[in-house]
Design a protein around this ligand. Sequence first.
Ligand code: ZN
Length: 77
Amino acid sequence: MPDRMVDEEEFARDEEKDAGASMDGQRRFKDFDCPDCNANNPYDESFGDGEEVRCFYCGQEFVAQVSDEGKLKLKSS
Ligand SMILES: [Zn+2]
């Protein structure tokens, strides 16, 4: 039945929309690589967008920025 084909197409489109509206921007991280000294810093307490982290090796502080794609960026504070 042609009607059913249309229904399936609409269902697939809805699923795509849901995937696009994921929570990646709210992703939290449990470690980071220091942009200054490249040391890997494990964090017991996870951190997310807008939170400050400090490198345990060189002492530099950064502000975490999580993009919509869920990628972590660190800006010197
Ligand atoms: Zn460092």
